[in-house]
Design a protein around this ligand. Structure first.
Ligand code: ADP
Ligand code: MG
Length: 699
């Protein structure tokens, strides 16, 4: 059999076949063998060294050779937990299974030695490794020294395509695909000058590295390529936009803005808010399309700025929409805008996935006729039936979630010219990075909080002192306050995280029993209606405690909730912790944020907790975040998630980003339309689509 072409169906790869091919398509969007090649591992298991039990305090992930000691079951009935003791010459550790215990028991024998790989947990009662991967001891002499780890799904896993199954496929793929047919995206002059390996070579090494250096070089090449593509496309479009120079010209702020400003403004604007509004009004008067990023820490007052901007649009006869990433957030915006507008003769509506048909029809027709001037919504606003008569302004509350490609779909909804765009972001990334990241946007900053805010007091409590937490919660509840208790939710270990939450909730029930206390529980496994009910119960004050996964991160606003407890805080990044903390401190009471962690913490985790306890300044925190997360952090988060980057991370890869940016600038400066023959590949490249994401033309 000859080699497979990149565009061959993945079905023809040895070990796949029709059934698995169908699953790969459905679950991961992998159609061709090239798609599979572009499905990158998110981590590697380092098979070059084994850890010992003694070292477990100092590592997050461990690869151990352990002999099996006692095997026991704890708990009862539906929450049975299998605990297996494993030991080496330095100590003993518990290996724990919350489910699938039978399968493990069949596989494992007391007194024998196996290899285990997993994440180390420290829950106060000692070290454990939940759901480790198991391998026979004899496998260790395998030829690969770094094993790629892929994310998989339950369905794929049930057909043998868990991470290791996928690794076997990509290994076979590297033998069978014709690498000579893999397209190159970067011209030779760039490859040479930046010492990059070819795309084909990097795609091979990313799945099948022999050394740590292979991984680094392949990752570098792919990350650079991605960052560069993004920068180049952005600058290309920006330069085209500047040349075309179109945009609605709004020369006045209009009567409704002035009315509102004089009679309905509920508070004096801060200096920063006033400055930002002037900057925005300047854009709208310029005759060019506004593309502005409004950055401000949580609670800095971006909503009123958005509203004032929308009122300028209305005053000039245009419609505006405000798009939020989640239903909850859209609802929240809708409520606060409606409240602000109550004295004005101006209607506002909300459109989301759950808007009922009759209401939807009515809204759509009023939008089309132009009677409805302001609409708030979710992605539902992007759907085809949504037609505006005269869309002039798009406000996007980004809060991590919106991709560039979604932004651009709104553009197509405006006729004649591009609508003005205002993007609000609370993601505190350093200014320099924001400029790079949002390189095609102008930036306004609200760098001042409204007056009278009490600083949130942040405290770090270790698991061993958990009683202190419960006591504190009881005191606060007795004073009439409400408490959030948040658990991390990380995709890769979603099931475990929910079990974690469940355990925490059970424990909490013991200390906060009915009928004196009521606890709401919210997590991603609940149906929307259940979620809504639980949220409402808390929002209405009928529950004093809300236990939740990070869903509330962009969610509820309950001023009476003045305590934020973050469980497993060591597992969150700094910025995310800061965002979560921003959920409290909205009301008049003193607010608190309690960071709960394991008793023993790594140096970095400890440093993160210290920073949070010491400052409330989002930008300071972002700078620290950048400083602490040096390059080479394989676990690199998509937390910054401002654009859909598959392999790179603007924080971790900021050095690469700077150089990609500089290169893109140089190229666009010399060849703004990329018409020169040496840039032929580049012109194709910026037009090409990512594997999963349909990038439309960005602004
Ligand atoms: P964010 O920037 O996080 O979106 P919001 O717009 O939701 O912040 O504002 C947070 C809170 O601060 C709201 O309750 C809002 O009414 C209030 N607020 C905003 N600006 C001011 C101001 N200038 N003076 C007093 N309160 C303000
Ligand atoms: Mg907001």
């Amino acid at each position: 059999m000859g080699l497979l072409k990149p565009d061959s169906s993945v079905e023809y790869l040895k070990g796949v076949g029709p059934q698995r091919a169908e699953l790969l398509r459905k679950e991961l969007g992998i159609h061709t063998v090239e798609d599979l090649l572009l499905y990158f591992p998110f981590r590697y298991i380092d098979r070059t060294e084994l850890n010992t039990v003694k070292e477990l305090n100092h590592v997050d992930w461990a690869y151990l050779r352990l002999t099996i000691g006692d095997i026991s079951e704890r708990g009862h009935a539906r929450s049975k937990v299998l605990v297996i003791q494993g030991y080496d010459h330095t100590g003993t550790v518990d290996l724990v299974w919350f489910r699938g215990g039978q399968w493990v028991r069949d596989k494992i024998e007391k007194g024998k030695t196996y290899l285990f790989y997993g994440r180390v947990q420290n829950q106060g009662y000692g070290l454990s490794i939940p759901h480790p991967e198991i391998e026979g001891d004899e496998d260790v002499a395998g030829k690969m020294r770094y094993v790629p780890v892929y994310s998989s799904t339950e369905k794929l896993g049930s057909k043998g395509l868990h991470s290791r199954g996928l690794a076997r496929l990509t290994e076979a793929l590297c033998q069978q695909i014709d690498f000579g047919e893999i397209r190159e995206n970067l011209p030779d002059y760039i490859l040479g000058r930046h010492h990059l390996m070819s795309r084909a070579h990097s795609l091979k090494l990313i799945h099948y590295p022999a050394t740590a250096e292979d991984i680094t070089r392949a990752q570098n090449r792919l990350r650079f390529e991605e960052l560069f593509q993004f920068q180049l496309r952005m600058l290309f479009n920006k330069s085209r936009r500047k040349r075309e120079n179109n945009g609605f010209l709004w020369t006045t702020t209009g009567p409704i803005f002035n009315d509102f400003y004089k009679t309905a403004l509920p508070f004096e604007l801060t200096g920063a808010q006033k400055r930002v509004i002037k900057e925005i009004a300047g854009d709208l008067r310029s005759g060019k399309q506004m593309n502005r990023l409004l950055q401000g820490d949580v609670g800095s007052g971006k909503t009123i700025v958005a509203l004032l901007t929308m009122l300028i649009a209305v005053g000039n006869g245009y419609q505006s929409c405000l798009m939020a990433p989640t239903e909850i957030l859209a609802q929240q915006h809708f409520k606060s805008l409606k409240e602000l507008l109550k004295k004005l003769p101006l209607d506002i509506e909300i459109l989301t996935g759950s808007t009922k048909t009759p209401a939807r029809k009515e809204i759509l027709s009023r939008l089309k006729q132009g009677q409805l001037k302001i609409i708030v919504g979710t992605h539902a606003l992007l759907e085809d039936p949504v037609i505006f008569q005269d869309l002039g302004l798009v406000v996007i509350d980004e809060q991590h979630r919106f991709g560039v490609e979604q932004r651009s779909r709104l553009w197509s909804k405006a006729r004649n010219a591009n609508p003005h765009v205002l993007i609000m972001s609370a993601t505190p990334i350093p200014r320099t990075l924001a400029m790079t990241q949002y390189g095609d946007l102008d930036i306004s900053m609200i760098d001042e909080l409204p007056p009278g805010r009490k600083e949130i007091m942040t405290k770090h409590i270790k698991d061993i002192d958990r009683m202190t937490l419960y006591k504190f919660m009881k005191e606060q509840i007795a004073m009439g306050r409400q408490v959030y208790v948040v658990y991390p939710l990380i995709e890769e270990s979603e099931v475990l995280d929910i079990e974690n939450l469940q355990l925490g909730y059970d424990k909490m029930l013991e200390y906060f029993p009915l009928p004196d206390y009521r606890i709401s529980v919210v997590h991603g496994r609940l149906k929307p209606a259940e979620k809504e009910m639980e949220m409402q119960r808390f929002a209405a004050g009928r529950a004093q405690i809300m236990v939740a996964t990070t869903v509330i991160e962009v969610g509820v606003n309950v001023p009476n909730a003045s305590v934020m407890v973050i469980e497993n805080a060591e597992r969150f990044g700094l910025s995310q912790l800061h965002q979560l903390r921003g959920r409290v401190g909205r009301g008049a009471d003193q607010s608190y944020c309690i960071l709960m962690t394991a008793d023993r913490l790594g140096k970095d985790s400890l440093a993160r907790m210290k920073i949070l306890c010491n400052t409330n300044d989002g930008f300071k925190i972002a700078e620290e975040d950048l400083r602490m997360r040096g390059p080479g952090d394989l676990s690199g988060t998509k937390q910054s998630g401002l654009v859909d980057l598959q392999v790179s991370d603007v924080v971790r890869d900021h050095v690469l980003l700077e150089s990609a940016r500089k290169l893109a600038e140089k190229i666009i400066e010399k060849d703004p339309a990329l018409d020169h023959p040496v840039n032929r590949l580049l012109k194709i490249f910026i037009g090409s689509r990512g594997r999963k994401i349909e990038f439309s033309d960005i602004s």
